[in-house]
Design a binder for this molecule. Structure first.
Ligand SMILES: C[S@@+](CC[C@H](N)C(=O)[O-])C[C@H]1O[C@@H](n2cnc3c(N)ncnc32)[C@H](O)[C@@H]1O
Length: 398
């Protein structure tokens, strides 16, 4: 496969590697990190994706102009430069088609592009989200100001050509920042959210709530989480960094009660809506920073049989780990999209006496170097620190 911008954009760095080569490289990278952090973890075989092209359900494109002609594409890695790309192999075909149509419309309707240097112009980015199972599509136009000429015509043209488009939103970002989205939005069409089907549940989400990038592999990940946790009907679960509640909702039928914690208020609203529309009533959601929640849980001695954490790439905090371990859950399930921060955090968990002997990998990001990891931790019989402190070698030395 040939993509003329793949080296610049970095979105498919393993585009031309076979499945076996990709699996081997990903396992190798995780093994090297395990060694670097002196952890004793066996790397299990990776759950490779059946669909390894056209899987991305979220796309953000930028726009630029050359010789008076507008073009669109992904941003070059670690830069603000738009790579002129039309048929990205990672996007569902319909998304590529919609992007082409929007780009043509911006040209014919003479929409001014935002200029980062001068802070002038209107259109900054377009974000598209796609629900693979239901075929629903959401489009977000990120503009520098509220005034958006031709928006009615744009909405009409898009929705009449693509009935799959269920909602169109305008997000207003007047700031001189590289952050794509800001708080103010106007729903131009539909309800402002779309609904997908995940593990047999109806899951709704807005443009600014998290949803795993590869829907099929997300199901693989959640099923694996359920198997590893092996919950019983009397057990309670705390699902931290819960987004729209998806992990907790898939676990709710196998335990007594679930509590979900998430910082993003919009995501929490959808988590509650998702519980309601699936008639799940043994789950509650709290909008709070996960570390703060953990500190309070420790203060009030709240017990959970299992704690799940699925933090963003930055991983979790030392305080989260200390307080979570102090609650003495029977199991802790760490789901991570960045093995670097995962290994760093596992060292902290080991200091608190929670260990594992294996890591499972799920290929959430086929054709890239990225991989999702899952580790089930449980309490060591003798905490590592005590064992070291009590050892004859340590005593002799000190
Ligand atoms: C990798 S996503 C996982 C979401 C969810 N578990 C899922 O599978 O869809 C991480 C989530 O953590 C949330 N988050 C980030 N920092 C947080 C914090 N300090 N406290 C609580 N939630 C946070 C983000 O808003 C995001 O929804």
């Amino acid at each position: 496969m040939k993509c003329k911008v793949s080296k610049i954009c970095g979105g498919c760095s393993y585009l031309n590697l076979s499945k076996e080569e990709q699996a081997q490289k990903k396992k190798q990278a995780v093994s090297e990190l395990i060694n670097r952090y002196h952890l004793k973890l066996k790397v299990n075989d990776i759950y490779m994706a059946e669909q390894d092209l056209q899987y991305r359900n979220k796309v953000i494109v930028g726009f630029a102009k050359e010789k008076g002609i507008i073009y669109s594409g992904l941003y070059a890695a670690k830069s603000h430069r738009v790579c002129h790309s039309e048929n990205c192999f990672m996007h569902p075909e319909i998304i590529n088609e919609i992007i082409k149509d929007i780009t043509k419309m911006m040209q014919s309707m003479k929409i001014e592009l935002y200029n980062e240097r001068t802070g002038t112009g209107l259109l900054r980015h377009v974000l598209i989200r796609y629900a693979h199972k239901t075929d629903e599509i959401m489009i977000v136009f990120v503009t520098s100001q509220k005034m958006f000429p031709s928006r009615k015509n744009i909405v009409k043209a898009l929705t009449s050509k693509y009935p799959q488009i269920k909602t169109i939103v305008q997000n207003i970002n007047p700031r001189r920042t590289s952050i794509v989205l800001q708080d103010e939005s106007i729903v131009l069409y539909g309800k402002g959210y779309i609904t997908d089907e995940l593990c047999g549940l109806k899951i709704s989400f807005s443009f600014d709530s998290f949803y795993q990038i590869h829907s099929q592999q997300c199901e693989v990940l959640y099923k694996l989480a359920k198997i590893k946790l092996h919950l019983s009907p009397e057990e309670t679960v705390l699902d931290t960094y819960c987004g729209t509640g998806t992990i907790g909702l898939t676990l709710a039928d196998s335990c007594k009660k679930v509590t979900g914690v998430e910082r993003n208020g919009e995501a929490i609203n959808f988590a509650r809506q998702n519980a309601k529309q699936n008639n799940i009533d043994n789950i509650q959601f709290v909008q709070m920073d996960s570390t703060q929640f953990m500190k309070e849980a420790k203060k009030y001695h709240t017990r959970y049989d299992a704690i799940v954490l699925d933090p963003p790439r930055a991983g979790t905090t030392k305080e989260f780990i200390e307080n979570a371990c102090a609650l003495e859950p029977k199991k802790i399930l760490y789901i991570s999209c960045d093995p670097n921060t995962l290994m760093r955090d596992l060292v902290q968990f080991r200091k608190q006496g929670y260990v594992s002997n294996k890591v499972d990998l799920v290929d959430m990001f086929p054709r890239t170097e990225h991989v999702e990891s899952v580790v089930l931790l449980s309490k060591m019989k003798t905490p590592a620190n005590n064992r070291v402190l009590n050892s004859t070698k340590y005593k002799k030395k000190h």
